[in-house]
Every structure is written in structure tokens, then in C-alpha cells.
Design a binder for this molecule. Sequence first.
Ligand code: ZN
Length: 120
Amino acid sequence: MPTDQRPETFHMRVVRQTDPKWLANARSGDKTAQMCVLAVARWMKEMVAGRSSCICCDAVFSGGDVPEAFLILISSNQDSEELNVRSAAVCSKCSTHEDQWLMAEGARRTGLARSAEQMQ
Ligand SMILES: [Zn+2]
């Protein structure tokens, strides 16, 4: 088991394509919304280069697909002001679940991914 206990705090947000508030908030200067919009833009850019799958199941997105929703993971380390923002796409099937479910499922699967990273 990982013993690394850095003082990191996580915030999760669910950004849906059908919800225009994110872009509107980002334009009006909301920092969290800006980070979410940036993270989504970065995901779309990276996706062109490789395969991506849904954070909540194993559905794979192919080039040109625009995910229905994104799970944004914002982590902040107490040692610095730096915010680390990661985004994960949610397929159309999983996006029918409510935000709470997506966040719980994403946290569970992200936790597994983090353990795997630390073993390398
Ligand atoms: Zn899915």
C-alpha cells in the first residue's frame, strides 16, 4: 500500500456539454470554471493523439467524438499555490447518471490509477 500521504486536497466537478454555465462563468472570470474549460480543451487536444476511454467504464472514444460530460479533478497541494487540474471524459451512457455517481465512480477508478502510478 502507498505510504505517501502528501497534504493534497481534491475537488471534483462535473462539466456537461449541455450545461452552458461553464463557458459563461469562465468568460466572466470564474477561476474554477476557467480551469475546467482549459482542462476540457486539453483533453480534446490529447485525444487527437491517442485513444481515451471513459473514466467510469471502459468505453473507448474514437477520433472526433465529443464526450457528453467531463469529470474534472482539481488537486491543490498545501505546499504551493499550484493547482493541478486533470480531466477525464465520461461517455454518453455514463453521463445519464447524476453528478454524485460520476464523482464517486471517478474517485474510485482514479484511486486505482494513482496506486498503479506509484508502483512504477
Ligand atoms: Zn462510460
